[in-house]
Design a protein around this ligand. Structure first.
Ligand code: DLL
Length: 433
């Protein structure tokens, strides 16, 4: 089924016209409402009226995560605060999060976008959808919730964690759609088996997975374990959350909701567009957002775009699954983690040296993070109680800043490898496929 045939199967020429009108309106709005954009455009010597074709977007400056941090919390919003009725957030490069604000009509559009993505993946109103994304500041829980409710599913708002209870609910409520990160889907299958339950014997038929990179190999494993069709969907807080792109049942790339987002692919080094179909960094401009429009946002996600028609009948361009990022952001169990955040926590703790290593691994199907940090002095090495207390203090502080648990290991002074060039802070041992 196609939720919004008019938009999803629109001929590409009409789509370009629609995008152009919406882009012109968005540029006008940000220029008049957001001092940051007015200043940036003025500096670059461009005015909204200079945009005559979609390609003219290249004249306009990029927006980066640093800009978002500098404008924290509300500096990029284009409406008065009283018009916002919801805020969401995700980790930023420092302790301060990236904040998204939504007007009532933003929420209505977001709901529709996610409904479209869900229907693309084969979800219908007959389904029982269990949402195992966290409900809260993270966009995953509420985003999927409202979209699936719009489709008419019976929602089980299980939220994240409590794996055994998730399995009990799946069994008792005959859940047919599972919504979570792909790694959690595998972990759930593993835990079900440990409970003596064959995951494939449950009622699940569709997986709506996203929020972290995963491979075809992982998809095969999930599909086999649960006996389902596992689909990928993509989004980010800066663009409103999930509902930016999603796979149809042909699983040949994620359809970008191009009536809401203008996508570009650039060379991350030069900022210039790559050749049609080539790999690069995804850059998005929102076309319909009121509260928090964003112009040429550099996602740092690596992908490529295919504009050829899809066998499902949709004309929307497809982005290949995201294979990596241009920065060092780690995604641990779906949560964005920046080494810089960890470093700032460590630097606040007395008695530890500014030498650390982040070891990321996968245990079973779940990502693990170990923070190894050197003690500043030998003195601590033999004092078990003090060592324990320090480890616990770091662990707690990290948990509160990162929203993800990390194992902490205090290591001896000068024991971590020193590098003559850039310090190697990350050891990612997760299998790639
Ligand atoms: O992860 C939004 C989301 C929620 C998407 C639920 C899908 C489902 P953030 O927490 O801001 O937002 O993280 C955004 O996560 O820039 C990518 O690096 C990564 N990411 C999100 N979806 C995918 C995906 C949500 N399907 C960052 N594949 C993005 C690979 C993904 N990476």
């Amino acid at each position: 089924m196609i939720w919004n045939r008019e938009m999803e199967c629109i001929d590409r020429e009409s789509l370009r016209r629609l995008q152009l009108t919406r882009l012109q309106e968005t540029l006008q709005r940000v220029y008049s409402q957001v001092p940051f954009y007015r200043q940036r455009f003025d500096q670059a010597g461009v005015r909204p009226e200079d945009l005559k074709t979609l390609e003219d977007i290249r004249k306009f400056p990029f927006t980066t995560k640093t800009d978002l941090r500098d404008q924290y919390p509300f500096g990029l919003f284009a409406v008065p605060k009283q018009d916002l009725i919801r805020l969401h957030a995700s980790s930023g490069t420092t302790g301060k999060p990236i904040v998204g604000g939504y007007t009532r009509s933003d929420l209505e559009r977001w709901t529709e976008q996610v409904a479209r993505i869900a229907v693309m993946a084969g979800v219908t109103s007959e389904d029982v959808a269990q949402i195992a994304f966290t409900y809260g500041l993270f966009t995953g829980g509420f985003g999927l919730h409202y979209g699936l409710e719009k489709v008419g599913c019976t929602i089980v708002p299980a939220s994240g964690g409590n794996t055994r209870r998730q399995i009990m609910l799946m069994q008792d409520f005959a859940t047919t759609v599972l919504v979570c990160t792909p790694s959690y889907a595998l972990h759930l299958a593993e835990e079900a088996r440990a409970m003596g339950i064959d995951p494939a014997s449950l009622s699940l038929r569709v997986g709506l997975f996203g929020s972290e990179p995963w491979s075809e190999g992982m998809r095969r494993e999930i599909q086999k374990a649960w006996g389902i069709c596992a689909t990928d969907n993509y989004g980010l807080t800066e663009l409103g959350g999930p509902g930016v792109a999603g796979e149809c049942l042909h699983t040949a790339g994620l359809h970008i909701l191009e009536d809401h987002f203008l996508a570009e692919v650039i060379d991350p080094e030069t900022g210039e567009p790559v050749e049609e179909g080539c790999e690069g960094e995804l850059v998005f401009t929102t076309l319909t957002k009121e509260g928090f429009p964003i112009i040429r946002y550099r996602t740092k996600d690596i992908s490529c775009i295919d504009r050829s028609p899809c066998a499902c009948g949709r004309t929307l361009a497809r982005m290949r699954r995201v294979t990596g990022r241009t920065d060092d952001m780690l995604i641990i169990r779906g949560v964005n983690v920046f080494p810089s955040q960890i470093e700032s926590v460590l630097m606040e703790i007395e008695g530890v040296a500014p030498h650390y290593l982040l070891v990321v691994d996968r245990q079973g199907y779940l990502d693990t993070l170990e923070v190894q940090v050197e003690m500043a002095e030998e003195r601590l090495v033999d004092n078990y109680r003090e060592l324990e207390a320090k480890t616990a203090a770091i662990r707690e502080r990290l948990k509160s800043v990162l929203s993800v648990s990390a194992k902490v290991r205090l290591v001896e002074p000068r024991s971590l490898e020193r590098s003559p060039g850039k310090a190697k802070r990350i050891l990612d041992r997760r299998p790639r496929d």
